[in-house]
Design a protein around this ligand. Structure first.
Ligand code: 5RP
Length: 234
């Protein structure tokens, strides 16, 4: 299902589209409650907008050190996910989202905590510019968080299914996640059945989290387009 809000159709930059959807997400924040907050440049726009209603919410559960620091700098209290049973809404970006709300996430290396906070939330609201909407997941390199000891074995398992996996680097060294693990980025995959794919790869020893969000899919996507914010519901 789709609807769109009337906006000026003047060409907007990708950054402006991110600001637009970040602000639009405020309508899903429930006053008096704790909101789940994702990670990334689009979510940063949401966090900045959330500051305008910080006195109306209890605070946030955050999916990364980076988002925690940004929330706290704006005076928004951050709760440990273990101290909160259930969240009414989780707001996060995506690297790809398809027509059913299935996503690839983890471009910012925060996929494990993102999946945890999404799992404790009743509704996932994805905020993204229209470049993220795809017919089938798999063009964006799939992030997979792994325990370093398992990296080469997992790389071979992806090769057996036709994918090429590489360790993500930062300054010439393996990038280390907030959880002390590493990220593989996998290209060459077409993910026709996201639920089956996520089930399969999640079972490989040493895989912490695969960046396919099928079990924790979005229920709503606020998509920034040239014509304004389109609301997709799944
Ligand atoms: C971080 C993520 C992000 O949500 C995803 O990478 C999109 O980021 P951006 O809003 O910067 O395009 O999954 O791990």
């Amino acid at each position: 299902m789709t609807n769109s809000s009337p906006q000026s159709s003047a060409a907007r930059t990708q950054d402006e589209l991110k600001t637009l959807v970040g602000q639009a997400a405020l309508q899903y924040v429930v006053p008096g409650e704790i909101v789940g907050v994702g990670t990334g440049s689009t979510v940063n726009k949401f966090i900045d907008a959330l500051a305008s209603m910080k006195d109306q919410i209890k605070g946030a559960v955050s999916s990364s050190v980076a988002s925690t620091e940004r929330l706290q700098a704006l005076g928004i209290p951050v709760f440990d996910s273990n101290d909160v049973a259930e969240l009414s809404v989780y707001i996060d970006g995506a690297d790809e989202i398809d027509g059913q709300g299935f996503m690839i996430k983890g471009g910012g290396a925060a996929l494990t905590r993102e999946k945890i906070v999404a799992a404790q939330s009743r509704k996932f609201v994805c905020i993204a510019d229209e470049s993220k909407l795809v017919k089938m997941l798999g063009n964006y390199p799939l992030p997979v968080e792994v325990i370093p000891m398992a990296a080469q074995r997992v790389i071979r398992q992806f090769a057996a299914m036709g994918g090429q996996a590489q360790v993500r680097l930062n300054g010439g060294k393996p990038l280390v996640t907030d959880n002390g693990q590493i990220i593989l980025d996998v290209t060459g995959l077409k993910i026709a059945d996201p639920l089956a794919f996520e089930s399969q790869v999640s079972q490989w020893p040493g895989v912490v989290t695969v960046g396919v969000f099928a079990f924790q899919k979005a229920q709503v996507c606020l998509l920034g387009t040239a014509a304004g914010v389109k609301t997709l519901t799944f």
